[in-house]
Ligand binder design. Structure first.
Ligand code: AMP
Ligand code: ZN
Length: 111
């Protein structure tokens, strides 16, 4: 499948991996919107949040997001974890992922 995050997860193309588990990778966003901008990406392909019913995996995404935020040093100052979904959600890469943003005040509460 021609999917950039599948390719990063499989190692076919290079991403800046900061954290890895059996089922997830965490990479640095290539076009960061904040000093800390990470992406939590399941290795398995799901196009959107709507396509994933794996509770364990979805739970692990949040746990790993918290861990990666801690490792990036934004646990005390704070961060945001976001899953953009479909057009109005602003999703551009159709492989499920969670953004972690931090190290600056995130203005605009909810878009
Ligand atoms: P979204 O708009 O929520 O689908 O988020 C997609 C994110 O993936 C954007 O923030 C892009 O900057 C990021 N992105 C796209 N291609 C790459 C890549 N090759 N490596 C790292 N991040 C990427
Ligand atoms: Zn994919």
């Amino acid at each position: 499948m021609d999917c950039v995050f599948c390719k990063i997860a499989s190692g076919e193309i290079k991403g800046t991996v900061v954290h890895k588990t059996e089922r997830l990778v965490v990479i640095k966003d290539i076009n960061p919107q904040a000093p800390v901008h990470l992406l939590v990406i399941p290795k398995k392909h799901y196009s959107t949040l709507l396509d994933c019913a794996d509770k364990e995996l979805l739970g692990e995404m949040l746990l790993v997001a918290a861990k990666a935020a801690k490792e990036a040093g934004v646990d005390e100052s704070g961060f945001r974890a976001v899953v953009n979904t479909n057009e109005d959600g602003g999703q551009t890469v159709f492989h499920l992922h969670m953004h972690i943003l931090g190290k600056r005040p995130l203005n605009g509460k909810m878009g």
